[in-house]
Design a protein. Structure first.
Length: 88
């Protein structure tokens, strides 16, 4: 699976943090520095799994914790209509 931003969602980075806004539903979500790093990896990678592998190499965290946190973030963003998952 690959994460992508729907066309009706805009993103803006402010002081190292990211805000995603769905213009249709007016739903927004703010990400702290770690969440922003996760989103950047997801947006640039060809798949969620590749992003996960890049993040494991970048952060000093065990894989199970990172997997849980990444899945949680993705779930919240998908549920809010700010991200779509598609076949990679």
């Amino acid at each position: 699976m690959r994460a992508s931003t729907p066309s009706q969602v805009v993103t803006r980075q402010l002081d190292g943090e990211l805000v995603l806004l769905n213009l249709d539903t007016e739903t927004y979500f703010g990400l702290d520095k770690v969440g922003t790093t996760m989103w950047e990896a997801l947006a640039a990678a060809p798949s969620v799994e590749v992003a996960f592998e890049q993040l494991v190499a970048q952060f000093d965290v065990d894989e199970a914790t990172l997997r849980k946190d990444l899945d949680s973030l993705l779930g919240q963003l998908v549920e809010s209509g700010l991200v779509e998952l598609e076949e990679s």
